[in-house]
Design a protein around this ligand. Structure first.
Ligand code: TIU
Length: 223
């Protein structure tokens, strides 16, 4: 298949659609809605909404154009055996991972809060990667699944920008993927850290990869 080009920072990004996966990182009720993990950490969860509509458009276009789609979720087994004590006990918060919140047990697999938001819900044939950590590569089969599908290019959307998205982008870079992050499809509780994360990706002429707006990806898919 022919190479496609996207206007991006620090310079144009090239990709082959049949070797590309679009990643949706942690678009879960636990992070975007009130009463979940994000709010339990003291955050204003409404700040993440900005990423939903643009990501919905990317998801639709990716489905229409046959790109591989990987949904990622952060969460733990009900017995919390995959949750380090440090993760559960850090910080001075009223509710912690595993405690019962307004959307069920916080950040626990199978609970309502762990689900992906309805607007971006997976459909049959799309991969779902459950991870216990911030990186989608840590203690998951993501690298094997990508290898099996012959993927070389990863295009990222997700929340939060500087935590699970950046951690995964950085590791994807170590795995050798060509990584593009869509800046309007990532969101953070911390606008200054959102900006810093995007700067980190593109600094040093793309130390972790490229950044652009979703409209540039959409344009490239229709030509
Ligand atoms: N707290 C925060 O900003 N993020 C996380 O804990 N996980 C993800 O980013 N998904």
């Amino acid at each position: 298949m022919t190479m496609k080009y996207i206007r991006a920072r620090p310079y144009d990004y090239q990709f082959e659609p049949d070797k590309t996966a679009v990643m949706l990182v942690d678009f879960q009720k636990d992070f975007l809605y009130s009463g979940g993990f994000g709010e339990s950490l003291g955050n204003d969860v409404s700040l993440l909404q900005r990423a939903v509509e643009p990501t919905k458009r990317v998801l639709k276009a990716s489905r229409d154009h046959g790109l591989q789609i990987f949904h990622v979720r952060e969460g733990h087994k009900p017995d919390l055996s995959d949750c380090p004590i440090s993760k559960r006990t850090r910080g001075n918060f009223e509710k912690r991972i595993g405690d019962v919140g307004q959307m069920g047990r916080i950040l626990v697999r199978g609970e309502y809060g762990h689900r992906i938001i309805d607007e971006l819900a997976p459909i049959d044939g799309e991969m779902i990667i459950d991870k216990p950590g911030k990186s989608a590569f840590y203690k998951t089969n993501l690298a094997e699944e990508l290898d099996q599908k012959g993927i070389r290019y990863l295009i990222f959307t997700g929340v939060t920008t500087e935590v699970c998205t950046l951690t995964t982008v950085a590791q994807a870079n170590d795995h050798g993927y060509e990584v593009l992050t869509l800046e309007d499809c990532v969101g953070s509780y911390k606008p200054d850290l959102h900006e810093a994360a995007l700067k980190m990706i593109t600094s040093q002429d793309g130390i972790f990869g490229w950044v652009t707006e979703s409209k540039e990806l959409l344009k490239s898919l229709i030509v």
